[in-house]
Design a protein around this ligand. Structure first.
Ligand code: HEC
Ligand code: HEC
Ligand code: HEC
Ligand code: HEC
Length: 192
């Protein structure tokens, strides 16, 4: 009886173990904006000129002190490893293959392409091999075109942000206007 129980228990452990391995192998991971740049130079350059490309800087002590005070944050505190800030000021924090810490994943600081377009390791291969790929296939591999709602822009630009419209009207999010500020948009060459 005891033996059967032990055997059963090990079997359960092994199944759980393999389930973890396969789900990790299946999940797309974050690769960083430098990889997207190779094929999307125009979007990359336009994005690089935005504050998103430098948004980790704002978590450092002394940076934007007046704004932090107004939002009831401590201007002298180092927020660069504060989980409360990382979700919106890095790429893929808390997700498989996403930002962990400045030391472990220095290439995933800031709000990069994949912060809006989803982890790229899998859809990158689709884009690489077929310029006329079907959008549905890229989406199934992790690509997102962010919407205005809580699943898209508002996941970061909503009331959860310390810099929201209640703190200052200038933080109010107007989708139409803000869309222009993500990066310049160019018509696609192919039908997807
Ligand atoms: C090897 C080249 C290559 C790389 C690398 C690449 N892409 Fe693309 N991507 C393409 C091509 C080709 C298209 C289709 C372009 C067209 O139709 O004009 C495309 C289209 C897109 C689109 C539009 C999709 C649609 O259906 O509206 C997005 C968004 C995109 N890429 C994001 C990214 C991001 C983010 C990365 C980095 C994680 C990336 N791409 C890396 C080649 C690439
Ligand atoms: C992962 C979180 C996140 C998502 C998702 C996100 N943003 Fe942002 N965005 C930020 C942060 C953080 C900043 C502020 C950067 C800073 O000042 O540190 C910002 C700044 C901006 C800016 C100002 C850029 C500039 O240079 O003035 C625009 C415009 C913008 N976002 C538009 C959008 C739009 C449109 C969407 C949805 C399509 C979106 N954002 C989705 C986090 C995000
Ligand atoms: C829910 C997402 C979210 C979280 C969490 C978040 N931020 Fe931000 N942060 C944003 C967005 C979005 C902006 C850009 C607001 C805008 O310009 O409209 C921003 C802007 C900023 C700015 C620049 C403000 C300015 O006026 O230039 C600083 C500084 C900042 N955040 C620091 C922090 C710190 C420190 C934390 C953690 C205590 C934090 N943020 C947590 C989303 C977030
Ligand atoms: C703040 C969110 C956000 C970030 C960050 C972002 N994008 Fe986009 N991107 C969008 C949105 C929204 C669209 C769709 C625009 C539309 O449908 O009008 C888009 C469209 C695109 C397209 C389709 C063609 C075009 O020019 O509109 C490509 C390619 C693309 N993005 C690549 C990138 C790359 C590469 C990066 C990083 C260097 C990046 N994006 C960063 C929000 C973002």
């Amino acid at each position: 009886m005891k033996r059967t129980l032990i055997a059963l228990f090990s079997l359960m452990l092994m199944t759980a173990f393999f389930a973890v391995i396969t789900s990790e192998a299946d999940a797309a991971t974050y690769i960083g904006a430098a990889k997207c740049k190779i094929c999307h130079m125009k979007e990359f350059k336009a994005w690089q000129a935005t504050t998103m490309a430098n948004s980790f800087e704002n978590l450092k002590p002394g940076v934007k002190a007046a704004e932090k005070k107004k939002a009831k944050l401590d201007p002298n505190k180092d927020y660069t490893n504060d989980p409360k800030c990382l979700k919106c000021h890095t790429t893929g924090y808390g997700q498989p293959g996403g930002f962990k810490s400045l030391a472990d994943t220095p290439d995933l600081i800031n709000v990069q392409c994949e912060g809006c377009h989803g982890p790229g390791s899998e859809y990158l291969n689709i884009m690489k091999t077929n310029k006329e790929f079907k959008r549905a296939d890229a989406k199934a591999a992790g690509l997102t075109i962010p919407s205005e709602d809580e699943k898209g822009c508002m996941s970061c630009h909503g009331m959860e942000s310390p810099f929201n419209e209640k703190v200052d009207a200038k933080y109010k999010f107007n989708f139409k206007e803000k869309l222009k500020g993500t990066h310049e948009h160019f018509p696609l060459k192919y039908q997807h």
